[in-house]
Ligand binder design. Structure first.
Ligand SMILES: [Zn+2]
Length: 169
């Protein structure tokens, strides 16, 4: 059973307020994305390509810094189409993110989820629900229940926290 406040729990039949909110948020974000045409929208992007060339790091490092998979970086380099939200994530990478990605990489593909959970809890207590948080980085939702979290998801949460955490505090 998924926790309350997730669209999965709503799907499992719960109609409590927090599950209804999660469901509505999910539907609304899908509708918004469809209107923007980028729900599964693909683009070929020269901007992202020249951006990663400027960053001058390996695919894996850039992928971790951007919170996308390494194959996305490869697709950019070889001029293939990628998701709009992946392009946006790559364009948002700064040199500092690259520097931060190296120590993370040596920690492997998964890292302990404690810090990610703490950041999410902070944001949630400031009134952001997870669906809304997820939407800000182009995920349909953010569910961190396991003790370990994928690096790129941790990076995504960090990025949102940097962006809105200070405003929320
Ligand atoms: Zn519920």
């Amino acid at each position: 059973m998924n926790p309350h406040g997730t669209r999965q729990r709503f799907h499992q039949g719960c109609r409590c307020e927090s599950c209804r909110n999660a469901w509505n948020c999910y539907q609304a974000s899908r509708a918004r994305a469809r209107r923007r045409g980028d729900w599964q929208g693909l683009v070929r992007t020269k901007a992202a390509r020249s951006h990663i060339e400027k960053l001058g790091a390996s695919n894996r490092v850039i992928a971790v810094a951007a919170g996308v998979s390494a194959s996305v970086i490869d697709r950019i380099r070889t001029g293939k189409k990628i998701l709009v939200r992946s392009r946006d994530a790559v364009l948002a990478v700064r040199q500092q993110d690259i520097a931060n990605a190296y120590p993370l990489l040596s920690a492997g593909a998964f890292i302990p989820a404690d810090e990610t959970k703490r950041l999410l809890a902070d944001l949630e207590s400031a009134g952001f629900n997870r669906c809304e948080l997820g939407r800000k980085v182009g995920l349909t939702e953010l569910r961190i229940e396991k003790p370990r979290v994928r690096l790129w998801n941790a990076k995504r949460v960090e990025r949102i926290y940097r962006k809105i955490g200070t405003k929320a505090a």
